[in-house]
Ligand binder design. Structure first.
Ligand code: SAH
Length: 213
């Protein structure tokens, strides 16, 4: 895997573009600057790696576009050492950005082929992200509670199981709705109350139930 001056230059440009859009914290931009996006996509798309676009990663799934990664990561308000659950590992790009932000990431993927491929990639990058093959609707009870939860596929409703795995004061960022999603931020205030805010419209692949083989 190569990350040369050309890639680094294109990455700088992408970061500048995101900075101009005023959608991300400097901390998030710094993390994204450290992650070669070309490693996470098929080599046929390499020259477009720093376009603000989503690309196919196989199995009918996509890597999120950089501005979406920037927005979701900023809404999560990541603090060094945060324990974060990600639903939808996909290419591993978003998870690796969260790792660069100093989080301890647990990421679940329901597509076996993607799960296997991405686990190998993240290991080869020396990422601390722990990956799991499973249904994100169930979360990861064995590792709960989490400081933050990020869902990177479009969910029809707020999954109660995931809210239950958030610490008090914890934040969940989840795209909600069909066919378009509203980026939604949920803060768990206490045992029974949540604060819910909306942060714009997006298009995600759907959050599906059960594992696929
Ligand atoms: N975070 C990813 C985005 C991948 S697209 C990235 O940066 O590349 C969303 C992913 O969610 C897909 O890989 C899809 O297979 C997965 N997904 C959909 N429903 C799921 C579920 N119930 N549990 C876990 N993963 C799911």
């Amino acid at each position: 895997m190569i990350d040369n001056f050309k890639h680094q230059g294109a990455r700088e440009k992408m970061i500048d573009l995101l900075r101009k859009k005023n959608i991300a914290s400097e901390q998030v931009l710094l993390a994204m600057k450290q992650v070669p996006r070309q490693f996470f996509i098929d080599s046929v798309f390499e020259k477009y790696a720093y376009d603000d676009k989503a690309f196919s990663i196989g199995e009918g799934q996509t890597i999120s576009q950089p501005s979406t990664v920037a927005i979701q990561s900023t809404l999560l308000d990541v603090v060094q050492g945060d324990k974060i659950l990600e639903v939808g590992t996909g290419s591993g790009y978003q998870a690796h950005v969260l790792h660069k932000l100093g989080a301890k990431v647990f990421s679940v993927e329901r597509q076996k082929i993607l799960f296997k491929k991405t686990r190998i990639l993240l290991n080869s990058l020396g990422s601390s992200v722990q990956t799991f093959y499973g249904d994100g609707y169930a979360g990861l009870p064995q590792h709960a509670p989490f400081d933050k939860i990020i869902v990177t596929c479009g969910a029809p409703v707020i999954p109660a199981t995931l809210v239950a795995q958030l610490k008090t004061g914890g934040i969940m960022v989840i795209p909600l709705g069909h066919p378009q999603q509203v980026m939604t931020r949920i803060i768990r205030k206490n045992e029974n109350d949540v604060d819910i805010t909306a942060h714009g419209n997006f298009h995600f692949v759907p959050m599906l139930g059960k594992k696929s083989v």
